[in-house]
Design a protein around this ligand. Sequence first.
Ligand SMILES: *Cc1c(COP(=O)(O)O)cnc(C)c1O
Length: 398
Amino acid sequence: MIASNQIIYLDNNATTQLDPAVVEEMLPFLTNCYGNPSSGYRFGMQVRKAIDLARERTAALLGCEPGEIVFTSCGTESNNAAINSAVQFEPRSKHVVTSAVEHSAVLRHCQELERRGAEMTFLGVDQNGDVDLAEAEKAIRPNTTIVSMMWANNETGVLFPVEKIAAICREKRVLFHTDAVQIAGKVPIRLRDSAINFLSLSAHKFHGPKGVGVLYVNKRSRFSSSIIGGSQENARRAGTENVASIVALGKAAERAAECLSDEATRVRTMRGRFENGILGTVSGASVNGAGAERLPNTSNFSFDGIESGAALMLLDRHNICCSAGSACRTGSGESSHVLRAMHGNAERAQSSLRFSFGRFNSEADVDKALEIVPQVIEKLRRLNSPVASAQPAKASTR
Ligand SMILES: *Cc1c(COP(=O)(O)O)cnc(C)c1O
């Protein structure tokens, strides 16, 4: 095992370190407090109370009512559940609008629904990664059942104007879902009075454990669960609760709300120093999505003349963790669909690296990254340069 204290972890959009306060909160539910929250005796009811508290803390982070929170197994399940509910249970309406830059938890699911007969519109983005509001409005048809647009892009950090899109949907009486997995703890959320019907979160993106998520279901919105069984989660998600993880998610939500304003500023400053440092020392570097509103923590670069995979390998040798696009694509050899949608060419997508900062990063991490990243890029360019490969004799004198 690689010790985490040797690692420069700059991949907080892939997953985050558990907050020690979260671990402490969840431990009793992995040991002594093992009662079933649905049981009628006190040993079960005390567990029910802990879940209720987690629900209140999550609702506080989202600015909604506790009854609107449904705990799920992950962000992916939340995204699937919202769209499935709209598509499967609204018999007349089978058209879905989403974007071409969604996380695979929406994109692949929508592609699969299309194969099964639903109609889909995948909205494109401009060079900054922005959607066009007028185009989004035009895409809504009489048989559109739901629009699903991510709040922040996991690869570039670009923010979509989801409140505005939701308002358009409300006017047209179409459901609106947003994959908000990347914004928890980074951007304030207030769902009370918003036109958003469904919203997804995932605990492991805000210093909680993996394998637990949230689906916000607005209390006036129709929702049908696709996991049928017991009446847990007010009959919106059957199955005995993942108690320890739900308790942990609640604590992580409370911490995210507490830390938000200070952290957003601290992390934005850190990201700014990193970005300016790289742009100042590495030629042929550009920030993807720089012209759009972005998350404070995400830096997505393309470096002319390098290949992401090779860069990741060299950075890994220096114990720097970052990624090319999203972690979910690593190993597939496929370039980023997000960057291809933005720039229309594969080159910029194949030479991209994403650095994402978080609560447990320090200025020393930025120093280290600013030392190593330019070295790695320079080394790769030297290896790739046609002079070096075509004239090996000369290359040795360099
Ligand atoms: C990580 C992520 C997901 C998936 O969440 P899981 O809990 O890992 O299933 C979905 N959407 C976005 C934008 C993400 O970053």
